[in-house]
Design a protein around this ligand. Structure first.
Ligand code: PLZ
Length: 451
């Protein structure tokens, strides 16, 4: 393999699109920086793969030792348009040179309103919609709940098993998994109730059966009249990329509409072209009352939104929603750049192409390795669940070994799932085919090497 010429140290689309591992992973420069991290960064802030990055773009992350790694994680579904994508860089540079902050609650600016107009256009449903912008996914989820409570005058919040909604106090209560997200951090917010999720690999139920089971819990154990909202990830993110059985989401949404319960789709991980559509809800024509977005919306800058029916959004008193930085002008410029990339390059179609490649590579792998119990996901959000052959007994050790092997070979992979036994793939939609193929060659090697 010939060494690609590195023309500059800039990232973005100009970065050579080749895997190139020149040291151990992590290399000596990264290890030295890891010592500094240990000295100055709280231990509670972990790092999965301690290679320090100095440039990134397309499908490559380049570290301080000169290693070029294939990115199959997009910083957890964030850099869907690629790192330092052209439109993002151009708009952010112009904005940062013009002004960096005024606080939208003090003196407004166009970028914020432009992002809200785009959200109204792109989120599911053609009803009148309004939005409010925030900094993080967790903050968006918290605000969606606040809005639903004001609009309904009710307190209770319905959530699902294996859910992930964030690390703030309310969203920790809404998140399912104890370690590492909740352990020792209680007491948690009250009035949060958990219903069973549709998990086809584990429950074997149809969408309708799983919905009836969840609705029974919400109806009998909480009472629809007490429920302000149900909050659900249309495809689970951290919980294991579980795709509910067809019919589950529509049945739940119909029940919520009938009972006056606000149906909130948390599309923070699944949204913005990731699954091959603008939003995962689009697949089954589900129209949520409120949608939370973050991650992929802004190509790596912190931005989040709550978008929903105008009359629900407007139920909150003037001044009731906000925050110093929510809808920061630089983050809004990044979002407008990301959305421009998605529209001009039809990245939803690209996500479907990537999904087709990943599906065929993973199907072939599943035929060879009985440890792969389930293959699921949609578009560029796909995963395999590792279990003792022929059972649903989770195999987190093998999952960790396979992922660690990929890291050693210069492929950045992520795991997830309640039992830590799900190997998930979230490549940037800017990844070239050759790199994607090479990434999955390494994944295949990893299974053979750890058998
Ligand atoms: N809702 C569906 O996926 C964030 C969490 C990573 P924030 N998921 C990645 C970690 O370990 O902290 C997420 C999500 C869904 C909400 C959130 C929260 O988004 O931007 O991390 O607050």
């Amino acid at each position: 393999m010939t060494e690609p010429t590195v023309l500059s140290r800039t990232g973005g689309p100009s970065l050579p699109q080749e895997r190139n591992v020149v040291t151990d992973i992590p290399g000596p420069e990264s290890l030295a920086r890891l010592e500094r991290k240990k000295a100055f960064v709280a231990d509670g802030v972990g790092t999965m793969l301690p290679v320090f990055i100095e440039a990134a773009g397309g499908g490559i992350l380049r570290d301080v030792d000169g290693n070029s790694l294939i990115d199959l994680g997009s910083g957890i579904a964030v850099t869907s348009v690629g790192n330092a994508a052209d439109s993002v860089v151009r708009r952010v540079q112009a904005q940062v040179a013009a002004f960096t902050h005024t606080c939208f609650m003090i003196t407004p600016y166009d970028g914020y309103v432009d992002v809200c107009a785009k959200l109204a256009q792109l989120t599911p449903g053609d009803h009148a919609k309004k939005s409010a912008l925030f900094n993080s996914g967790a903050e968006a989820v918290e605000n969606a709940v606040k809005i639903a409570r004001v609009a309904t005058g009710r307190d209770a919040v319905g959530v699902f098993e294996h859910a992930y909604h964030g690390r703030t106090n309310l969203t920790m209560a809404m998140t399912s998994k104890n370690m590492p997200y909740k352990h020792g951090f209680g007491p948690f917010a009250g009035e949060v109730y958990r219903a069973p999720m549709s998990y086809p690999f584990r429950d074997g139920l149809s969408g309708e059966q799983a919905a009836a089971r969840a609705i029974d819990v919400l109806d009998k154990q909480v009472g629809a009249d007490n429920l302000a909202c149900v909050v659900i990830e249309p495809i689970l993110g951290e919980g294991g990329f579980v795709v509910p059985a067809p019919g589950f989401l529509p049945a739940l949404a119909a029940w919520a509409a009938d009972k006056g319960v606000v149906f909130i789709a948390d599309e923070i991980q699944s949204g913005f072209c990731r699954t091959g559509a603008w939003f995962a809800c689009d697949e089954e024509g589900v129209v949520p009352d409120l949608v939370t977005t973050a991650k992929g919306i802004a190509g790596g800058l912190p931005l989040a939104g709550v978008t929903g029916r105008a009359e629900l959004m407007d139920a909150v008193h003037v001044g009731g929603l906000g925050g110093t930085y929510g809808g920061n002008p630089v983050a809004c410029a990044a979002a407008l750049g990301s959305i421009e990339e998605m529209e001009t390059h039809d990245l939803a179609a690209r996500a479907r192409e990537i999904g087709a490649t990943m599906h065929s590579r993973l199907t072939a792998l599943q035929e060879q390795h009985a440890v792969i119990g389930d293959l699921r996901g949609r578009g560029a959000m796909m995963a395999i669940e590792l279990c003792a052959p022929g059972t649903t007994d989770p195999d987190p050790a093998r999952t960790a070994a396979v992922s660690a092997y990929c890291h050693q070979q210069g492929v950045v992979t992520l795991t997830c799932g309640t039992w830590g036994n799900v190997f998930r793939f979230l490549p940037p939609l800017s990844i070239p085919d050759a790199l994607l193929d090479e990434g999955f060659d390494v994944v295949a090697e990893a299974f053979a090497a750890t058998a």
